[in-house]
Design a protein around this ligand. Structure first.
Ligand code: ADP
Length: 224
């Protein structure tokens, strides 16, 4: 077991440091250019560089948020704050935010019926952001991502459906474990933290999370 733990720790340090460093390099480079050559750059160039820095900072912030949530979950210190949430309104807000940076994808929303739930808003946002980020990362630009929500007997099911590379059935359990990543054709970056955090946050709120997918046919992640 200790060997396994050590190995996981090593993998973790390698993967996460790399994923933290990449955005930081972009941020430092962009800011360095703006500060060093500010006078020679056009307004538009400055705007582009600042935007790049901003999106990369947001990526960093997301990775750190996932790390913190996983650490809290492991220590049984999630301290959920339950409040009434109108999922319809909530999904609109989160999707609008994601659309800002994921301009190459079409994101559509399909919400039906009354969707009031008792949930931790910040945590549901984290879940939805992770699932949407994945949907964007593992599907081609120009494809459509559908976010839907519907009420079944006494719960609300939320789904994120992409037209991407899909996930073989044999790997569908494994991807919810920490740091597990599948081979992808164009070596998409990631920490392997997103889905384990989703699972912990869903289960801490009494919900379930699962995936339906076929390689080449896209994936749908559901949570209640
Ligand atoms: P990350 O995306 O940072 O690697 P996640 O925990 O979010 O980590 O996902 C784990 C793995 O599951 C990914 O590396 C990828 O192989 C697979 N995966 C997750 N979401 C999707 C998706 N929508 N389509 C295809 N594969 C996915």
């Amino acid at each position: 077991l200790m060997k396994k733990v050590d190995q996981l720790k090593d993998e973790f340090i390698g993967l996460v440091s790399h994923e933290l460093r990449t955005p930081l390099t972009v941020i430092l480079g962009a800011l360095n250019t703006v500060l060093g050559e500010g006078g020679k750059l056009s307004q538009q160039e400055i705007r582009h560089l600042t935007e790049d820095a901003y999106w990369e900072a947001e990526r960093l912030s997301n990775i750190l948020a996932n790390l913190l949530e996983l650490a809290r979950a492991q220590a049984n210190r999630l301290q959920l704050l339950e409040e009434p949430v109108d999922m319809k309104e909530f999904i609109d807000t989160v999707v609008r935010e994601v659309k800002w940076r994921a301009t190459a994808h079409e994101i559509v929303i399909d919400c039906r019926g009354s969707l009031m739930v008792a949930a931790d808003r910040v945590r549901v946002e984290r879940i939805l952001l992770n699932l949407l980020d994945n949907a964007v990362k593992y599907s081609l630009p120009g494809s459509t991502i559908r976010v839907f929500a519907k009420r079944t007997d006494n719960e609300v099911v939320i789904g994120v459906c992409d037209q991407g590379i899909g996930i073989p059935v044999k790997d569908q359990e494994r991807i919810f474990k920490p740091f597990q990543r599948l081979e992808t054709p164009d070596k998409v970056g990631g920490t392997g933290l997103g889905l384990v955090v989703c699972q912990r946050l869903v289960e801490a709120q009494g919900g379930r999370i699962w995936v339906e997918s076929q390689p080449g046919q896209g994936s749908t992640f559901y949570f209640t």
